[in-house]
Design a protein around this ligand. Structure first.
Ligand SMILES: [Zn+2]
Length: 195
């Protein structure tokens, strides 16, 4: 276990288990539309918030990452499952640079169940962030972690993975979601396209 790793186990560093009331806010929520304010380590318990997020991801097999705003927590932090055993919390994350090379990969989002769209993103990112002790760290990612980092970063900016997607693509995705039993309001979803 490296210093920057925030691993949640039954005997882990979790100080307080999340209340059963903690659940995702609906996709229409303002929490998903507003830029998250800087995380203040003096005011907010970073370990507790990190644990709430990490535990949610840990118990959700479909999830590779989660931003605080998705749980209705107005803090600038997200977590990423960087490997099956490791979840890292990124406080006040910044994207320093991205590669020119891009890839097109289908993405989903816990806040938009069964809505899947292909999204173009840079293949590599260089980032900086504060760990749960407040220490600044640098990192470079490729592959799926680079993609998830960019996806979660959009959440903190009050955007989503739908930003920049065409209306046609979104209409198709909504139709597919409906077949699987989830009905979306087209207008509400389209509001995320131009954010
Ligand atoms: Zn998401």
């Amino acid at each position: 276990m490296t210093e920057e790793t925030l691993i949640i186990t039954d005997k882990g560093i979790s100080l307080q288990r999340p209340s059963p009331k903690i659940e995702l806010v609906p996709y229409t929520s303002n929490f998903l539309k507003e830029k998250a304010p800087p995380f203040d380590f003096q005011k907010t318990d970073a370990i507790r918030i990190g644990n709430i997020l990490a535990e949610y991801v840990r118990h959700n097999d479909n999830s590779l990452g989660l931003s605080a705003c998705q749980l209705g927590i107005n803090e600038r932090v997200f977590v990423i499952k960087v490997s099956p055993e490791q979840i890292i919390a990124y406080f006040n994350p910044e994207i320093v640079s991205t590669s020119k090379e891009e890839s097109l990969v289908e993405e989903g989002c816990l806040s938009f169940p069964n809505l899947f769209l292909k999204v173009t993103r840079p293949k590599e990112v260089t980032v900086r962030y504060q760990d749960y002790t407040g220490k600044w760290r640098d990192a470079s990612y490729t592959g799926i972690t680079a993609r998830v980092f960019q996806h979660e970063f959009q959440h903190l900016e009050g955007k989503t993975f739908l930003n920049g997607c065409s209306r046609l693509k979104i209409e198709k995705a909504i139709k597919k979601a409906k077949i699987s039993g989830i009905t979306y309001n087209l207008k509400e979803v389209l509001a995320y396209v131009c954010r």
